[in-house]
Write a protein that binds this ligand. Sequence first.
Ligand code: ZN
Length: 336
Amino acid sequence: MLFGLVFAAALAGCAGPEPAPLEPPLRDANPRPALAIAPLVRLDRASVDRPTWPPSGGQVWAGDWNRIRAQQAPLECQACGEEVPRPRLVINRAADEVAPAASPTCPDCGGTTFYLEPFSTPYRPATDLAATRARAATLLAERGVFERVHLLPADDPTLDPVLGVTPEVRHVWRETARARGARWLLEPVLEEARVELIEKNGLHALKVVNLILSSIFIFPGVDPLNWFIPGEDYGVVQRLAWRVTDLADGPGGPGGPGGPGGPGGPGGEGQRELVTRASFADLGPGPTRGFFVVGFLRAPGCLDEEDWAHVAGQLTEVAAEDLARALVVAAEGAGR
Ligand SMILES: [Zn+2]
């Protein structure tokens, strides 16, 4: 009887996450003037994008070298996670640079690219910023709230990785948006994206009972049913901030004091935290986080980078859709 109950509960929780609904699905009879959307900028760095040796751009900045020299942690193979000792750095006085005495190779897989810092939680998933913005534009066009939706070029101006969005960059965005006839400018910023264990859900207590019964009737620590019960809720947490500028009516806008080229008027700004979550089991049929002996007691401490990436991968698609829909909601706040 208990096992039947457990199995029904497992099946109920095995569905994947659904994108947040976008309501109301409207088609405006009197569309508002055109909207321009600036490139979606992300402030934190995805876990897979942390600095590597050899450096991906081929160039190492002086500050990075100081940081590299100050660290004692071993290098971590990018392909398999194996740790190798940090190579000794030598100073080449002729070339006025510091370089490792020898290029390390992974003893396990032969890889030659290494992370300079070990993985630490939270896991930060990679995000396709361009695709998410394009999806938001498609949704906006379908909903017909604005006459037109322009995507400002992502490479003009090119963002400086250190300085980020400067007043000069915003000035160019506003001018480009005005030149294309846009009335509104939306500037979206993904402040952070991370994956975390949101909670051990209502099935957790059931899993404890099942572990005890299995330990008595089967073998201590062997609880096969628990491998299929989705008792852990993992989620992608995304913090989105945005600013909407009215390009026409503000001080400095074409219709306001100061004339064209000014800072543009206030349109509003906001911030929102999105949580895309699903219930995970060790093994199928729904989302899985991989098998660990009595994993439901040990998670999330037992998850390494690869496990987190596996969890994140099953949420990525819906998380991207949630982010695109949040952009739509932010944009539609313009001009109200
Ligand atoms: Zn390796």
